[in-house]
Design a protein. Sequence first.
Length: 158
Amino acid sequence: MRLLAWFVDTMIVTVISLAVSIPLAVWFLSTRMSRLADLGPNPDFSQLYTEFFLPLILINLIIVAFTLVCYYVYNVELMHRSGQTPGKRIAKIRVVPIDPAATLTRGMAVKRYLIEIVGGTLIPYFRYVDGLWQLWDKPFQQTLHDKVAKTVVVKVSA
């Protein structure tokens, strides 16, 4: 069920991110290609760098930052309110603190986000280790981001 929730949530954030990224990329390419043509058949590398590669790197950084912000709002703010994202609602699961007397805090949601999304983005293969961890974790079947945040995913009836 967690895999289904992850898939739905990832698709939603991907569509939102692409809705901004694709027009930005089209705009970039349409404006930069004409400038590249103006540089002639053998442009100087410094001109090529300043007219194309540096702006391309900047556009990519903007897209990555926007995507991380989308994931933050989606995974932290939505989950903090009810313990569920839309994907978790569809899969009928909820994130709760491992301590039954505690309530889910924004800090817990931020820890989950930092380990799952940022760690998974910066550390190769970390997402696989994090996601698969629940298969051998006993007794709560927690992922690494659950362990750090002191949360557990439970099934809900409705």
